[in-house]
Design a protein around this ligand. Structure first.
Ligand code: CDP
Ligand code: MG
Length: 137
């Protein structure tokens, strides 16, 4: 079933000029970019985005990281988009991510793992509401 999911290219990915490479892979897969914006993320939005991790020891660091430079927020649509994107991005810790995934090919540390992708369709709906309150195309 066609669905829409959220991808964030984190500040490290934007700083390393990987917007094109990451988007290229998504488009090659046959998924559609249905929302895209380059922005300095408001801290309150990032805190809400990672609300499930509020009590975790890395929460402050990951919020600081997402606010450390511009990010790209993308809405991605297609068949099983959430699962497909999640597999393409690879394991959270890049040293455990398979080669061929974004994290497995382009990242090395969990603190700078380049991308966020929604974990399931319910998370995707919540996150899209947060990053694209105006809706997608
Ligand atoms: O991003 P993903 O859904 O794969 O992982 P998560 O478990 O939801 O964690 C969110 C983000 O927090 C990760 O992508 C990392 O940037 C960061 N994190 C971290 O810095 N150290 C950890 N031990 C776990 C997560
Ligand atoms: Mg997550």
């Amino acid at each position: 079933m066609s669905e829409t999911t959220l991808v964030l290219i984190k500040p490290g990915g934007v700083a390393r000029n990987l917007i094109g490479e990451i988007t290229r892979r998504i488009e090659l897969r046959g998924l559609k970019v249905t929302g895209m914006k380059l922005m300095n993320a408001p801290r309150s939005t990032v805190e809400e985005h990672y609300a499930e991790h509020r009590e975790r020891p890395f929460f402050g660091d990951v919020v600081d990281y997402l606010c450390s430079g511009p990010i790209v927020a993308m809405a991605i649509s297609g068949e099983n988009a959430t699962k497909a994107i999640r597999m393409m991005m690879g394991a959270t810790n890049p040293v455990e991510a398979e080669p061929g995934t974004v994290r497995g090919d382009m990242a090395l540390t969990i603190e700078d793992n380049l991308v966020h992708s929604s974990s399931d369709p319910e998370a995707a709906a919540r996150e899209l509401g947060l990053w694209f309150p105006e809706g997608t195309v």
